[in-house]
Design a protein around this ligand. Sequence first.
Ligand code: MSP
Length: 517
Amino acid sequence: MKKFYLTTAIDYANGSPHIGHAYEKILADAIIRTRRLEGEECYFLTGLDEHGQKVAETAQKQSISPKTLCDGVAEKFKGLCVRLMVDYDDYIRTTDERHKIVVRKILQKLWDSGEIYRAEYTGLYSTRAERFVQERDKVEGRWPDDIGEPIELKETNYFFRLSHYQEWLIDFLNKNPDFVVPAFRQKQVIEFLKEPINDLCISRPKSRLSWGIELPFDSDYVTYVWFDALVNYISAVGYEEERFGDYWPVDFHVIGKDILVPAHAIYWPIMLHALGIPLPRHLLAHGWWLAKSGEKMSKSLGNSVQPLDYVDFYGADAFRFFLLREMITGQDGNFSHDLFVARYNADLANDLGNLVSRLINMVGRYCSGKIPNPSSVGPLDRDIEESAQRLIPSVRMEYGNFAFHTGLEQIFSFVGQLNRYVETRAPWKLAKQTGNPTATGQLNTTLSFVAEGMRIVAELLRPIMPWIGPEILRRLGTSPVDTWENLSWATSAAGKEVLPEGILFPKVEWRESHAMS
Ligand code: MSP
């Protein structure tokens, strides 16, 4: 049966993992975890993009082979996934034999069908972007940073007939307005296609670059990185094998906005179409994390964020929470250490963590450690139940639309309501009125309802905070549901024994936290 198949971009092997890599994987992982909780069978692919000039140059500087360099980088990136609790099913590397075989097979097919031709070309070549560029790539009349100053180059190369398919692609996009999510990005693709597109140079002479996959029909050339990299999405799931149909067409390619046009929205659909392979169902293009001042993050500017520093200090759950709470999927977001600490302290330490500790303490003190059965239910209690009942479908819908920020906002607004409920009811006062059945009834109902509300919160947090969600459930003496189909208000924790354990989110002093920023 066809699985829900989702991929991320494969990261370049010429640097260290940064917040952008971390965010994309966390976003993809949260989508996958949500789908799994919705009862779908899923497959999650990520990986490493290893060929190209920059990797070759870095390896040369370190006097090691490119493959040795990539082996080390792959370990680092995989390690990042483990630390971030990103639970992928497969990790593809473009140096994998299984990948190289498919790239060569595809090149041969396109060559045989006349989609690739050989020609001499004179043009502007950007070493930084590793491609021929055109005047139209300029931004406000200047070459942007990711292109740098191009050089004029005359070279015989192989070209893919991209231009043949321009009208077909425009037509496809018009017929499939939700191909790119969010919709405003699809408009950008259509805008780009208003100008004629050139055929794509898909080769590099080995004399200039040898670290790549050799063309099957000319051993003096290797293939261009994008032609190699994009193919990972099909080489990983057994292109031309029987199992291919269990995965393809992919449901979502999760990518950053910078690699939407032209790579994913133009090269890739045309490559697939020319090969007679069905197109991806959707591309999900997320925005970029920028520094506080709104500028690009970079090592040289000294404003980049090291994801593992945050994971070490605050834990992966808190880091994941912040990235998904703060960023509106599809738009850019600003990362600021102060904002991180403020959110951590307010939402996680004060609102969520404190409530769990208070609840467990009160159940320990007033109910011998067992969650009581609710007794009398008044309007105040009913409000809690009704809010929880509304919260479940609403958060499921928001997550389903990738609006994790809104889903989380709703969850934490409910946590606030639970906190106010506790304050209003003041179980510590009710507990003092021994022999007063109304007070005892209210005490039991309050603790039971907070426990049930908390159970629902913990369940809904699972895709975002894969450790904390189940951990809260464990402390409440209960276990996670299989699928969210089975999640509803049920005061099902009654009679369960709570576990008084350490603080979930220790409050952080701004000064102390600043040592790492
Ligand atoms: N290797 C190519 C992708 C090939 S996919 C067939 C590549 N690699 S990358 O390492 O530069 O970027 C990997 C992903 O990280 C991209 O989707 C990119 O948009 C994303 N990010 C890189 N920096 C980012 C931020 N500052 N913020 C959010 N994501 C960004 O491109």
